[in-house]
Ligand binder design. Sequence first.
Ligand code: FAD
Length: 121
Amino acid sequence: MDDVDVLVVDAGPVGLLLGTELMRDGIAVSVIDKMPSRGFFCKALGITPRTLEIFDDLGIVDRAIDAGLWLTGVQTWVDAAKVPARSMCMPEAVCRTARCRSRKTKRSGCSKRRSRSMAGA
Ligand SMILES: Cc1cc2nc3c(=O)[nH]c(=O)nc-3n(C[C@H](O)[C@H](O)[C@H](O)COP(=O)(O)OP(=O)(O)OC[C@H]3O[C@@H](n4cnc5c(N)ncnc54)[C@H](O)[C@@H]3O)c2cc1C
């Protein structure tokens, strides 16, 4: 294990953001995760305006928006009947959200290792 000040056990959104913020404060961080890779299924299909503000502070908001899709409508079914389409004018950065966050963590100098577990947790 690296000689670090803080070991973050979570390469999910919270752990990566925590690692990045600590690195910005000059604290040496290592992030580990028991999963060998990021999950296949997206865990952040839509992101909120507050998340965009945080991305802006991290300097990745433009990249996140560029990598995302702007969804303009939603189609729903009720009891097998198609409901008339509704407008949904809000920004959505699809599965690339995690990739943007992960790149930022890497660029901050924070080491991230997968397939590592925290004993007893
Ligand atoms: C299907 C789904 C859809 C979602 N859609 C959205 C959405 O559209 N917008 C949105 O904002 N949020 C969404 N969420 C919620 C969002 O994904 C969670 O709030 C977020 O992932 C929480 O981040 P986290 O880092 O706390 O936890 P997690 O993402 O769960 O990450 C925890 C990590 O810690 C690791 N870990 C745990 N224990 C150990 C251990 N002992 N040793 C090593 N590693 C360990 C795990 O392997 C995991 O990778 C969705 C969630 C799901 C499941």
